[in-house]
Design a binder for this molecule. Structure first.
Ligand SMILES: Nc1ncnc2c1ncn2[C@@H]1O[C@H](COP(=O)(O)OP(=O)(O)O)[C@@H](O)[C@H]1O
Ligand SMILES: [Mg+2]
Length: 412
């Protein structure tokens, strides 16, 4: 009997339903099973998996199925907190601990006492914070910033990472003792590309979600498209497939999607494919690679958008959105693309999803990779009114990486 047909236990079905997890791939089911199994036992758990693979469901499952479920659950993105404030955020500080500390502040470890803390992007923690974390893990003890009095807390820690922790340890970026401590139990989330039929299942699900939410005409996929969806590498995993399907559901509402249509929305990352394939576990480890792939994707997006403009979309009676876009793009054409995109954004609530397209405008003729990277970041910062948080989110890099890039490229 093929693995896919093995029966899925009821408790796993329930957890999938409760958290909206789609898919039946044995590796995914195994991950859910492990999360449920470990939940009542107070061990630290490390969730590993590529970016966009769905890691965030798992600490929630672990908390919800543990005896801590009525206590607090706090999720902390370790990559998003500046190095200077992370200790104070996690462990709190006393009044006068540093300039500006006019009052005492509770840290997450105090707030979550009795509950669970999810440390996302744990590989990004600075070394001094790693030392404090190790102490909490070992003894439940910690010092608030500026205090010499030991505080106690009882917190379950679930951490997640998309970087290769062994490598981070070998490079001296992550403490080995902490790594072992955090990863008492490991749960590996499989990359989307290895989930067989789940891939097209997710595509159909996201298409349905889009159509229900935006009341657009349904799309369907022909056999060639389904095969292509299941064969593609999906380097950005579930996050990427959702993004791609959203675009197709918008621009091709009411159509049967063929492989030819689908591939217009897929980046191919020409020379980067072999490198990525070699390092399966962390295909996005190199930011450069990530930015490069984004660049390629954005360029493909604009190509396909331009093609659509020439495809008589205006005559499509269903395509209200399409008509709007066509009108705005036709009226401004290529050298005024930016204005066109602005109107484009104004006509659609899903603006965020599409704002990235704007970037293409000035990167249509790439010079060097570095120049492009700088430009990509500069524009994203501008679009987000200088908000580093939103910029990092948009570029799918950690805030700390963004800070470094801003300094490196002198973008302040
Ligand atoms: N199996 C799945 N079924 C449904 N949605 C999923 C699945 N896996 C991931 N997602 C969705 O994909 C997006 C990315 O997942 P997330 O957990 O944030 O990824 P990660 O933390 O691994 O980068 C989220 O919107 C999430 O809800
Ligand atoms: Mg995440």
């Amino acid at each position: 009997m093929p693995l896919e047909n093995l029966e899925i236990p009821k408790e796993v079905q329930d957890a999938k339903m409760r958290f909206g997890i789609i898919g039946n791939a044995p590796t995914l089911i195994e991950a859910v099973k492990r999360a449920i199994k470990v939940s009542p036992i107070d061990l630290s758990v490390l969730i590993t998996g590529e970016s966009g693979s769905g890691k965030e469901f798992f600490p929630k499952i672990i908390h919800a199925y543990s005896s801590r479920k009525h206590q607090k659950y706090i999720a902390v993105n370790c990559g998003a907190i500046p190095e200077g404030t992370i200790d104070s955020e996690l462990f709190g500080h006393i009044q006068g601990a540093f300039t500006g500390a006019t009052s005492a502040r509770k840290g997450y470890f105090e707030e979550a006492d009795g509950g669970t803390i999810f440390l996302d992007e744990v590989g990004e923690l600075p070394l001094p914070t790693q030392a404090r974390l190790l102490r909490v893990l070992e003894s439940g003890e910690y010092l608030k910033v500026g205090s010499s009095t030991v505080s106690k807390t009882n917190v379950r820690i679930v951490a997640a990472t998309n970087v290769n922790m062994e490598k981070a340890v070998a490079e001296g970026k992550f403490r080995e003792d902490l790594y072992y401590r955090l990863s008492t139990v490991q749960i590996t989330i499989p990359p989307l590309r290895n989930r067989g039929k789940d891939i097209s299942l997710l595509a159909r699900k996201f298409a349905r979600d889009f159509q229900e939410k935006n009341r657009t005409a349904p799309i369907s996929f022909d056999d060639s498209a389904t095969r292509a969806i299941e064969a593609y590498r999906w380097p950005g995993n579930v996050r990427q497939i959702k993004n791609v399907i959203d675009q197709i559901a918008l621009f091709h509402a009411g159509e049967t999607i063929s492989e030819a249509t689908l591939t217009k929305y897929l980046p191919h990352m020409p020379s980067y494919v072999p490198t990525v394939a070699k390092e399966q576990e962390h295909s996005y480890e190199s930011e450069r690679e990530l930015l490069f792939s984004m660049l390629v994707r954005l360029q493909q997006e604009i190509t396909s958008l331009r093609e659509q403009m020439g495809n008589g979309a205006a005559s499509d009676p269903n395509g209200i959105e399409k008509r709007g876009i066509t009108k705005s793009l036709q009226s401004s054409c290529s050298h005024k693309t930016k204005t066109a995109y602005d109107s484009f954004i104004n006509i659609d609530n899903e603006a965020d999803e599409y704002q990235r397209r704007e970037i293409i405008d000035t990167i249509a003729t790439p010079t060097t990779l570095e120049a492009n990277e700088r430009e990509l970041i500069r524009q994203s910062l501008e679009r987000n009114n200088g908000s580093r948080k939103n910029t990092a989110k948009e570029l799918n890099i950690s805030e700390r990486t963004l800070y470094r890039k801003i300094r490196e490229f002198e973008l302040e």
